[in-house]
Design a protein around this ligand. Structure first.
Ligand code: ATP
Ligand code: MG
Length: 301
């Protein structure tokens, strides 16, 4: 399957972030619904071509915990990536919709994320580098899939040069300029779990911060005692799991070690999977209801 811009019909904008925007599209020849991400990178044509070539490594990523890749191409100087459309969207969106997650959902998210990280590293030597709720997607069957991982060195470099973002899920060792390892992703997972458990990002709301306060925040990540969950409100297994994720690098477990943690022991059981699936189906129903509401409002105007 080779995708070109003209084969795609834009259905709606799903969201935009620091690096680009994502739309739901229809690939007309195959009648497949896809998500198309358009990234604007200010760089030479040769570098753009190199990025597209590197992104094609994603063809080889086949795992239930990783978003499916359909193709990448250049269109009007923008890098375009076509991937699987995931019907409940990202976890930040789900969090806003349904509020903090129950622990069996958190366990499922943690387990799926670790399986995804482990797959990327083990099979392709890829480190994700950007684990956060907006890069973890949920479908209505309960599947949890990672997207936006660092496959292309050139793309990582180009985006780093136009850094505007709030990369505050970054581990202390990374902020201090250390080498990036899979353990950096484990730190980000720990922060993400606190956010999904409490509804709040542990280092405060950073969506409208200027460069000074971002630097301040990065300082806090490095210097302060890592955040943790209130043991009065959450199980000791979840609290312990999060504490391990947020240890300093030398003491932090890697994904394989964490998969065996007692907090995740029920994840493979059929009745747990069925419960997760029921929850995800319900999330989808709520999302659809909201979409319908918006449509009614739009036609009334
Ligand atoms: P950042 O640019 O800092 O990574 P972000 O992840 O929110 O932020 P994008 O990666 O551009 O920004 O994604 C925008 C939004 O599009 C996401 O928040 C998510 O809700 C939605 N989205 C992304 N990929 C998909 C997909 N494959 N299926 C469905 N929705 C998606
Ligand atoms: Mg993203």
């Amino acid at each position: 399957l080779s995708i070109s811009h003209d084969d795609l019909l834009t259905l709606k904008l799903l969201g935009s972030g620091n690096s680009g925007s994502v739309s739901k599209v229809l690939h007309i020849p195959s009648k497949k619904t896809m998500a198309r991400k358009v990234i604007h990178v200010e760089t030479k044509k040769t570098v753009l071509t190199q990025i597209v070539r590197e992104l094609r490594i994603m063809y080889e990523c086949n795992s239930p915990y990783i978003i499916n890749f359909y193709g990448a191409f250049l269109h009007e100087g923008d890098v375009t990536i076509c991937m699987e459309y995931v019907d409940c969207g990202s976890l930040d969106r789900v969090l806003k919709l349904v509020g903090p997650f129950e622990e069996f959902i958190l366990a499922h998210v943690a387990f799926s994320t670790l399986c995804g990280l482990n797959y990327l590293y083990d099979s392709h030597k890829i480190i994700h580098r950007d684990i956060k709720p907006s890069n973890v997607l949920l479908n209505s069957k309960g599947g949890v899939k990672l997207c936006d991982f660092g496959v292309s060195r050139e793309l990582i470099n180009s985006i780093a040069q136009t850094f505007v973002g709030t990369s505050t899920y970054m581990s202390p060792e990374r902020i201090q300029g250390g080498k990036y390892s899979v353990k950096g992703d484990v730190w980000s997972l720990g922060l993400m779990l606190i956010e999904l458990a409490t509804g709040k990002f542990p280092f405060g709301d950073n969506s409208s911060m200027g460069p000074d306060s971002i630097l301040d925040l990065l300082q806090r990540v490095v210097n302060e005692k890592p955040p943790s969950l209130d043991p009065e409100k959450f199980s000791s297994q979840l609290c312990d799991f999060v504490n391990l994720c947020l240890k300093k690098e030398s003491e932090r477990p890697n994904p394989i070690e964490l998969i065996r943690h007692p907090f995740l022991k029920d994840c493979k059981q059929e009745n747990t999977k069925a419960k997760v699936k029921r929850w995800a189906t319900n999330v989808r129903r709520i999302l659809k209801g909201k979409d319908m509401g918006n449509k009614v409002r739009n036609t009334k105007q």
